[in-house]
Design a protein around this ligand. Sequence first.
Ligand SMILES: *Cc1c(COP(=O)(O)O)cnc(C)c1O
Length: 232
Amino acid sequence: MSIVLKENLEKVLEQIEEAKKKSKYNEDVKLIAVTKTHPVEVIREALALGVTDIGENKVQELTGKIDEIGDAVNYHMIGRLQTNKIKYIVGKVSLIQSIDREPILAEIDKRSAKAGIITEGLIQVNVAGEEQKGGVCYDDVYKFIELCQKYGNIRIRGLMTVAPYTEDKDFLRDVFRKMRSLYDKIASENYDNLRMDYLSMGMSSDFELAIEEGANMVRIGSKIFGERDYRR
Ligand SMILES: *Cc1c(COP(=O)(O)O)cnc(C)c1O
């Protein structure tokens, strides 16, 4: 068992609790441990330490890990989606967090219907209008929700965002606040196949701020598993 992993995880869980105390939202915060680039043995250690949900951003890596680990953990797809790979994850993941365009909705719906299941997901929002990033533009989220209504085999459970990478805490706080207010606004309205249960925002560098401003799901990788080595 890795002592470092245990210590890192304990520290992150403590920091989550501290951030919750500073938040005016009295909600549980679900931790998604982001295991991309880390081998199955490391994931098994994390599971032994109580991790229940893991996130991956590449379909091939995700399905490989699902084949080895099986249903001992909940899987979250958090990376950019391609229509031709949707078929490999439908029915295997708990939550597809990165839904952001209609062809993706159509394909998830089609594959789910074929499998006789409802697939749950989050709408990824590009809150700061960053061109290189995925996500529905903040101002187009309502339009996108209307589109979602056409697809009966998908249930939207909330919103996800990847905040801009910056040291500017005020700017970040603003981004998280904007997301929470959109989330609350959508939650106050009635849609058939949509509920606002999860607001997934906050990563290693900004999860405390995100929780303070209303995140109830955080996706944390390097703070738990160490820096990633992409050459592997
Ligand atoms: C990699 C990744 C994370 C985790 O990043 P860390 O900075 O290592 O915590 C969270 N969300 C998404 C979408 C990611 O791709």
